[in-house]
Design a protein around this ligand. Sequence first.
Ligand code: NDP
Length: 404
Amino acid sequence: MAKVLAVLYDDPVDGYPKKYARDDIPKIDHYPDGQTTPTPSAIDFKPGQLLGSVSGELGLRKFLEKAGHTLVVTSDKDGKDSRLDRELPDAEIVISQPFWPAYMTAERIAKAKKLKLIITAGIGSDHTDLQAAMDRGITVAEVTYCNSISVSEHIVMMILALVRNYIPSYGWVIRGGWNIADCVERSYDLEGMNIGTVAAGRIGLAALRRLKPFDVKLHYTDKHRLPEKVEKELGLTFHPTVESLVKVCDVVTINAPLHPETEHMFNDKLIGMMKRGSYIVNTARGKICDRDAIVRALESGQLAGYAGDVWFPQPPAKDHPWRSMPHHGMTPHISGSSLSAQARYAAGTREILESYFAGKPIRTEYLVVDKGKLAGVGAHSYTAGDATKGSEEAAKFKKSTAKV
Ligand code: NDP
């Protein structure tokens, strides 16, 4: 019988919800490319419930315990002697979400002698040292597509929030003001602007589709070109390099996975090639941007705004400069963890577990690493290597919170 270790974010500060804002969520069977949403044999939760936090347990306890497995759930994942580290040596399966990642470094993987499967309940498995997983023959799987549309909606929201200067204007209302000139001195229309995505995969393409009705000019760069039919339908301009894309865009949205090729892609040099006053929206991974280069560009005016929900490490320390830099619209990592998305990734996690326990193949599109090499979505979108370096800094959040 297996020990399953789930690392989930904390419950709300005022306790696990007793009621919700809405009574139901739409039922979605298929994603835009025809892929079916997760198909576990059953679920033990009501879609729309909070599942990603400790008490939500991804809705897995009944299913696992009925089959004789052990489920350990904790949010304590960073620093010396974390519960994650204490529970790892006899764990067979580790589950975590990118929002509150269990950084599965080579050191942790070495300690976890029985580990066979690492599941990302979400999308983006960069918090696992994929090279170390390959070397140990550990399978890494994620719930491909589960929250791609959720993120694309968030991207449109963040682009509009930055360009139209929504957040500072809301701030004036809260402070009792009516400071129209203060609100509009940095407010523009999106219409006519050039908007480009770095990567046009599931999220990038969905964001382009959602932006099209704003009468903007759309651009993309990606390792593989989209079908001509899609390029025509959306009026897309393809750029063979990211440099060529950023030079002509007013707004850039980043939608590539974090892997050695994309780590720190947005550094001083690349940002310096952008038009003065450009905006960046990054909901992909914090480490795709050089942290301090973003701060410098906002301070100098090279960037007019930066928004996103992804940081490095996560959680970021209280004094992380992205909390206080000018003209930002950052949130904690939430775009892919709406209650709607949680229902899909909890069901997808159960589907992966059911396949694993039954000795059946995990859906190919869910695989990142299998049988010692990149597989499935991993083989298509990632490069081998490790993007977890520096993740030990996540322990600073604990320390800084303790001071409050
Ligand atoms: P997909 O796998 O559908 O798309 C990723 C795309 O990135 C692919 O088209 C891939 O190219 C492209 N790509 C990879 N490397 C490069 C590169 N060096 N330059 C340009 N393009 C590149 O994944 P999703 O769209 O669903 O998700 C993308 C990322 O978004 C995830 O990996 C994750 O990091 C992040 N994410 C964030 C969430 C949040 O809550 N903020 C939630 C979900 C995901 P190709 O396949 O053509 O080789």
